[in-house]
Design a protein around this ligand. Structure first.
Ligand SMILES: *Cc1c(COP(=O)(O)O)cnc(C)c1O
Length: 386
């Protein structure tokens, strides 16, 4: 294992307290597995918004583009600018809504591709592009049931005709987003699919040349090939996490991110000793306790207090007491040979044991997407290329 780059926030000779391992080989394997699952003509757009779901967008983008991803999507203008400034030249679509002329100017300057959700946005783009004597590829968003961004699917023809009157706007794709693709019950997804189809038929009937069509996120991609159209927009699955338990076996995915931290102190507690703020844990017998240098300020959800395990020396250990801002405590009574500096796995795999973002999400009633993108920049991302 070679550690190629470390994002140091501190001097190199300081021992790392806690960090994220980003396994680029896992990322490559996931791209390959997804591409093998897709029809060869289907484009794979990698969704790397929110700093590539916390994995570090620039390095992740480079690996993805080198391993067969066709284009990138981000949520905000500044995320796109950061990628361009890092030298990434691939096509980058902005998923979020853009509403001001100043933003349009930056989109042109940085060669990004906006989503148009409404005619009024289209007008702002058309006027600003006209004044700059520029053109832009644009992606039109239809709302087929997500009830978030986009124009209702039944207004697709009017929306496209409106856009087509402006020569600077080059309609590059039409898309929609699925609201319930991770649900075992596929009825709402099928309804969205049929509404998307309805919009496409109406466009065809009106003689409108259909550009690239896309609908599927990770869950849609894994659910049904009919949802793939010309391109899929995959986020979560690239990072090696299945969007739903029933979709787990469709493609062999490998988690990309691991959370590691070191033991900073070990001590014995006498019986009936309370641990951490509010003493939510009290030992009924003497225990050996370890302190680990990672906390909720690093992105470990405080709701996991007394409910999470870690892996040390290939064995599970219980976390005890409330998770604090910078530290957590473990019951390490069953680990006779532990020393300060020992590395603990919070998320990741050791031997045959594994703790996933899904495990945390299920414990606290959230989703793995939120777990991944909550790791803070205080944790250096250690990029590992096997
Ligand atoms: C975030 C996002 C995706 C990717 O979703 P995953 O579930 O992570 O695959 C795709 N499309 C849109 C519009 C998104 O906002």
């Amino acid at each position: 294992m070679t550690i190629v780059t470390v994002n140091y926030f501190y001097s190199q000779n300081q021992q790392q307290r806690a960090w994220l391992n980003i396994n680029h080989q896992a990322l490559i394997n996931n791209v390959k597995a997804l591409k093998a699952f897709l029809n060869p003509e289907t484009h794979l757009m990698a969704v790397i918004k929110a700093d590539a779901y916390g994995h570090g967008a620039v390095k992740v983008a480079k690996t993805l583009l080198n391993s067969g991803v066709d284009s990138l999507a981000i949520a905000t203008l500044s995320e796109g600018i950061a990628l361009r400034e890092a030298g990434i030249t691939a096509s980058i679509m902005i998923l979020g809504a853009i509403n001001t002329a100043d933003e349009v100017k930056d989109i042109v300057k940085y060669n990004l591709e906006p989503t148009l959700c409404t005619p009024s946005q289209a007008l702002i783009f058309a006027q600003t592009l006209h004044s700059l004597n520029a053109t832009l590829p644009v992606h039109l968003k239809l709302d087929t049931g997500m009830s978030r961004l986009g124009t209702h699917w039944y207004h697709a023809v009017d929306f496209v005709k409106y856009i087509q009157q402006f020569p600077p706007l080059h309609l590059s794709s039409i898309y929609s987003h699925l609201a319930t693709a991770d649900d075992v019950n596929t009825s709402m997804m099928e309804l969205q699919h049929s509404r998307f189809q309805e919009a496409i038929s109406a466009l065809k009937t009106n003689g409108i040349n259909i550009p690239i069509l896309h609908l599927a996120n990770s869950a849609g991609t894994l659910s049904h090939p009919q949802l793939h159209y010309d391109m899929v927009r995959v986020g979560l699955a690239l990072y090696g996490i299945s969007p739903a338990p029933h979709l787990k076996d469709k493609v062999n995915l490998q988690p990309v991110l691991e959370v590691k931290a070191r033991i900073t102190q070990i001590k014995t507690l006498p019986p009936h000793t309370g641990v951490s703020y509010s003493h939510t844990f009290k030992c009924d017998r003497p225990i050996k306790m370890a302190v680990v240098g990672i906390g909720y300020a690093d992105g470990i959800p405080r709701l996991l207090s007394n409910k999470m395990k870690v892996i040390i020396q290939g064995k599970f250990a219980d976390q005890i007491g409330n998770i604090t801002m910078d530290q957590i405590m473990l019951n390490v009574t069953d680990f006779p040979d532990l020393e300060v500096g020992e590395i603990v796995t919070l998320l990741g795999k050791e031997k045959n044991l594994e703790i996933t973002a899904d495990d945390w999400a299920n414990t606290i009633g959230t989703i793995s997407w939120e777990i991944l993108c909550s790791f803070k920049h205080r944790l250096p991302r250690v990029n590992i290329f096997l």
